[in-house]
Design a protein around this ligand. Sequence first.
Ligand SMILES: Cc1ncc(COP(=O)(O)O)c(C=O)c1O
Length: 428
Amino acid sequence: MENTTVLQNMIQRDQKYIWHPLTQHKTAAPPLPIVKAQGALFWDDQGKAYVDGIASWYTAMYGHAHPHIVEAMHQQLQQLDFVMFSGFTHQPALDLAERLLSLLPENQSKVFFNDNGSTAIEAAIKMAIQYHHNKGEVRDTLIAFEDGFHGDTFGAMSASGISSYNGPFKDFLLKVDRVPVPTVENHNAVLTQLEELISKHRCAAFVFEPLVQGAAGMKFHTAEGLDAMIEICQKSDVLCVADEIMTGFGKTGTIFASDQLQNSPDILCLSKALTAGMFPLSITSCSEKVYEAFLSDEVTKGFFHAHTYSAHPVGCAAALAALDLLQSDEISERRTAIAKQHLQFVKRMAGNPLVGEVRNKGVILAMDLKVKTNRYGSLRDTLYNYFMKRGVNLRPLGNTIYTLPPYIITDEQLAQIHQVMEDVLETL
Ligand SMILES: Cc1ncc(COP(=O)(O)O)c(C=O)c1O
């Protein structure tokens, strides 16, 4: 079959059978068939290459199909493909737990396995609520940031503040009190608001994306403010849940964003780059204090929560191989080089009349355009189509254009991303 016929055929089959995420199928353009991915690139059916400027939702940080990870997964499949994780254990899970705990903040002492970001958050929220329940207290309210994003299951949606995701379900969500993210300007006001909330409501947990709110448009907040908030919460035994699903594994300059805080969270959620985009897996880790609240002669005080694919050995093998790469000199040097190249772009764009704030933290770079648009307005499509035409996968969030490239991206490929981010201004 001719290439174009295959392509047409794929699109027709897609439209006939598939319901895509985050898509209004009545008006959306047909999806682009992708046939191959390698390193920082993926290719469509016509052989056109695209630089994956957001590492496929911040997962493929070591590049697509990295041979070290592929080989580790292959070997694992041949040794032990899968076994249920209740009543059994296995080497890849043990190795991964040990290795992660040696990297996570010191107070973390146990890991619980799930299969994606939302389920990691769901487990964290349930852990926090049951922690208080097991101690004989009813705590029925969560604290979360305005505009946070934590996933699409009900607990995660409740903690999330972005209405395009959770709007239709607002009457069915958990009780949540929202606070603004702390900035230099509002520091004291946010702390006062938090103290008031805690004194008035029965707060179980404070759920937050540490230092960078991803889906909100790569918005940064201060480590000092977040540290002070954690301190206030922990004084009242409000468990602090750091959602490091986006920030984890080196993106903000440190291995975890929480490493930039003085006060460690009680619970941490990891996914995405954990397995480098090769396998769905997630982790909810917790401190010994949290774990101990579940130990009892009463069976039902245990954490009766499971996902069939918990601790999948192939996912654990992928995560271990990904950690080898993260801890290599080569990746560490690339992370530094990307941050430097981003900084030059920030300087280059500062003062441009079409540009609001340009900011970077680690390998994250975001640029706000001085235009008014809503999250799924037509401008978003115009920008997205422009980038794709120029061979770069960037997905604007409202009026924010951002890149979070794979660590293995070359200087030239990153320069190409920066160039299209600058050139797109001419289309405004
Ligand atoms: C900070 C954060 N938390 C949670 C999630 C949800 O993860 P998943 O899509 O794997 O359910 C995401 C996904 O983008 C995220 O960025």
